[in-house]
Design a binder for this molecule. Structure first.
Ligand code: ZN
Ligand code: ZN
Ligand code: FE
Length: 748
């Protein structure tokens, strides 16, 4: 990768071990030629792996013997543009310990300077305009280095050798807060006074308030028009994180690592976080400071702060200064900003520890554009266009899948523009000219339409849930076949209905749909996504053969619209059939009175999970076969509700019932196919209660269970799945069926 200090490291190592020779980049990556005694050479080779700089990711080292040239010293050779293009741009990285020491050292020339960075840390992906990665092609182009900075930049022994964003108070960007002469102390004062401050970060603007100030947090919610979605909290260090949430070793690693995502953790009761920060949620999203500006601000405030995306409602976050000034001035009382442009909008990543490893739920800043390394090799370069919600795209070549940063929901012009521009940017950065273009089967997705408008490429349609399962396989470096359990909100099926509770016998090349949730109508079509009570109506109708028992609150609350909704559902007017698991969770959430209308995608299901009593062991029964009767679970829940059983117990019994139905179906499919590997994917598996239950119970029944880790289980992972399916269907790998058709049976 570029800008990670690898060549200076090699230079330093050569000097320490006493070898002569040279280091440079060529089209394959970094090459090193060394000569010296056997023990010098051995020491050099050992050091190459053991002492590599923190941002360098060594995929593999190959060595061969060459004739000595009699070189007397060690040099760094200038790289040509072709070589630079192939080496990778790295992800943005949190301020390193050396830079932090300088930041807080009154004797250092960068003391208190909010843009300190070096080859081991700092902005990368978000400031790169083009390749080769060189200062004139970054957003630092407008800042001419002062003589001391230039001297460091050109000194191979210096930590800032070829550090493209390097700068200092004399030559670099400047912080501003209105016309304040002391931006950080003044911003900290505003926050302590309960004000909302917009803060320009690495990948975009955030909105900040004091995390312990309920009135400030409530004000921020009101102004942002964000009613319920939890806010992330930035804490100064791991100790402070441990006072708010329960940490284990994995959590500490994720919080303190160089990627600095938002880490979802179980919150401790009775902490000083205001109720409006994450209403009704057992978990809290925490992150540690990742830029020098954050470190300075947190130290000046002296308490945790909310740091949430700088936008109104579901719009993309603001990242240009003009846009921030226009869109955030009505929300923020002040703008803490600076003049280093952000080239590409990059949201905070979101992860959580699961089974002692990192599970990524949103893969963006700090991760992108590092490729997901594949076991397989792409026969031809692929562009995978992704899905509609939580969109990412993916460009893949050889064994590298460049999954994009989180683009967002492709439903407005601004997001669509980031999507098309993002694809162009990635094509240039990684020199990938796709020959195959994979897309979802949904004809109305803007990502599908984008694929269809491309000229001179071969299109590959990939069914949504097949892409989910393929994504999980690629995430785990596997090819299948597996029993794929794909539970999500909605995906276009091959039979014209909407799928989302699927059991697929799948490998990368194709799938067979072996079982699924029994379809029910979605009364009013997309209105049923926003209004879970409609799904309660459809499911209760199915559960009680058209005559639900009296006394159900959900019916009473929606009395005037209940019968009209059922009338269109029964006639099949604007009421497509769906086997979606997400809609089943919605129905139960509405039945239990959690909510009739949602404010963000998946909200009803999230609240149902939060409601469930984790100690409850009973499970509702559901008939399983080629179809699984979700209505059985709804009937059991409604009967319990009428009998006065507490809703946390009902929510738990429902979750346990879904787990039980999944396990029994997998057992049946194992008997039928002989396959004992299960892959779990789809947005519904963000539900920890469900995921843990399935992993435990499937494991106890002798299954090998694959879950997501490197890419999201939600639709953010779809593009990776599409890419590997397109590659598997391409060329000689396909032994039967026609190349380019992904939706055929797996051939078992
Ligand atoms: Zn540094
Ligand atoms: Zn300088
Ligand atoms: Fe999905």
């Amino acid at each position: 990768m570029q800008g990670v200090g690898f060549r200076p490291f090699v230079y330093g190592l050569a000097h320490r071990t006493g070898v002569a020779g040279r280091v440079g980049n060529d089209v394959h990556g970094v090459f090193v030629e060394i000569e010296g005694t056997r023990s010098q050479v051995d020491a050099f080779l050992a050091g190459l792996v053991e002492q590599a700089p923190p941002l360098a990711e060594i995929e593999r080292i190959t060595t061969s013997v060459a004739a000595p040239t009699g070189a007397g010293d060690f040099t760094i050779v200038a790289s040509d543009a072709a070589g630079q293009r192939r080496t990778l741009v790295s992800a943005d990285s949190a301020t390193c310990d050396d830079c932090l020491r300088e930041l807080f050292d009154p004797a250092d020339r960068r003391h208190g300077y909010p843009f300190v960075n070096c080859t081991n840390c700092g902005p990368r992906f978000t400031i790169v305009r083009d390749v080769p990665y060189d200062r004139p092609l970054t957003t630092m182009a407008g800042f001419a280095m002062c003589p001391p900075c230039a001297a460091e930049y050109h000194d191979p022994a210096d930590r800032r050798f070829h550090a493209q964003p390097t700068c200092c108070p004399d030559c670099g960007p400047r912080l501003t807060l209105g016309d304040s002469t002391e931006p950080i102390p003044d911003a900290a004062r505003l926050l302590r006074d309960g004000k909302v401050v917009a803060v320009k970060g690495i990948g975009g603007y955030h909105l900040a308030v004091l995390a312990g100030d309920e009135s400030a947090a409530a004000t921020l919610r009101r102004r942002k028009h964000r009613e319920d979605k939890p806010f992330a909290v930035m804490v100064s260090d791991v100790d402070e994180a441990g006072r708010l949430c329960v940490l284990d070793g994995t959590a500490v690693e994720l919080l303190a690592g160089r990627r600095r995502p938002v880490v979802l953790l179980d919150r401790r009761p009775g902490t000083a976080v205001a109720p409006s920060v994450a209403p009704g949620n057992r978990q809290l999203g925490l992150m540690l400071p990742y830029s020098p500006l954050h470190h300075l601000l947190l130290r000046a405030v002296g308490a945790p702060i909310v740091l949430t995306s700088g936008n109104v409602s579901d719009e993309p976050i603001a990242y240009t200064d003009d846009d921030a000034a226009a869109r955030l001035s009505g929300i923020a009382d002040a703008l803490l900003t600076h003049d280093r442009p952000i080239h590409i909008r990059t949201d905070d990543s979101v992860v959580r520890p699961f089974l002692g490893r990192e599970t990524v739920l949103r893969r963006s800043r700090g991760y992108v554009p590092e490729p997901v390394t594949l076991r397989m090799r792409m026969p031809r370069p692929v562009l995978a266009c992704g899905a509609e919600l939580k969109n990412t795209f993916c460009l893949a070549k050889d064994r590298h899948a460049f999954v994009s940063h989180h683009i967002g929901d492709l439903e407005n012009y601004e997001t669509l523009r980031s999507y098309t521009e993002g694809i162009e940017h990635f094509r240039r950065l990684f020199d990938i000219d796709p020959a195959l273009v994979a897309h979802d089967l949904h004809p109305e997705y803007l990502s599908t339409k984008h694929a269809q408008e491309l000229a001179g490429v071969e299109l590959v349609g990939v069914q949504h849930h097949h892409a989910h399962i393929a994504s999980c396989l690629a995430d785990n470096g596997e090819t299948g076949p597996v029993i794929g359990v794909a539970f999500d909100g909605l995906g276009y099926g091959t039979d014209g209905t909407i799928w989302g509770g699927e059991f697929l016998l799948a490998d990368l090349r194709g799938f067979t749909r072996l079982a699924h949730l029994a379809p029910v109508p979605m009364p009013g079509g997309t209105a049923a996504i926003r209004q879970p009570w409609r799904m309660a109506a459809a499911y209760l109708d199915a559960a009680y053969d058209g005559t639900p028992p009296p006394g159900l609150e959900v019916v009473r609350r929606n009395e005037s619209r209940w019968e009209p909704a059922l009338a269109i559902a029964r006639r099949g007017v604007n009421s497509p059939l769906t086997s979606s698991a997400g809609r089943l969770f919605d129905a139960v959430a509405a039945l239990l009175g959690l909510r009739d209308t949602i404010n963000y995608e998946g909200q009803a299901a999230v609240e149902l999970e939060q409601l469930a009593d984790p100690a409850e062991r009973d499970a509702y029964p559901a008939a399983t076969g080629d179809t699984i009767a979700g209505a059985d679970l709804v009937r059991a829940a409604a009967d319990d509700l009428r009998a006065g059983v507490a809703t946390p117990v009902i929510a738990a019994r429902f979750h346990n019932g879904v787990v039980d139905a999944i396990v029994r179906t997998c057992l049946r499919l194992r008997d039928r196919t002989g396959i004992a590997d299960v892959a779990l994917s789809g947005g519904v598996f963000q539900n920890l209660l469900l995921l843990r239950g399935c992993v435990d119970r499937l494991g106890a029944n002798g299954f090998r269970v694959l879950t997501h880790a490197r890419v999201p289980t939600n639709d953010g992972g779809i593009s990776l799945g599409q890419a590997v399916v397109a590659a598997a269907c391409d060329g000689p790998l396909t032994s039967s069926g026609s190349p380019g058709t992904a939706a055929g049976p797996a051939g078992t």
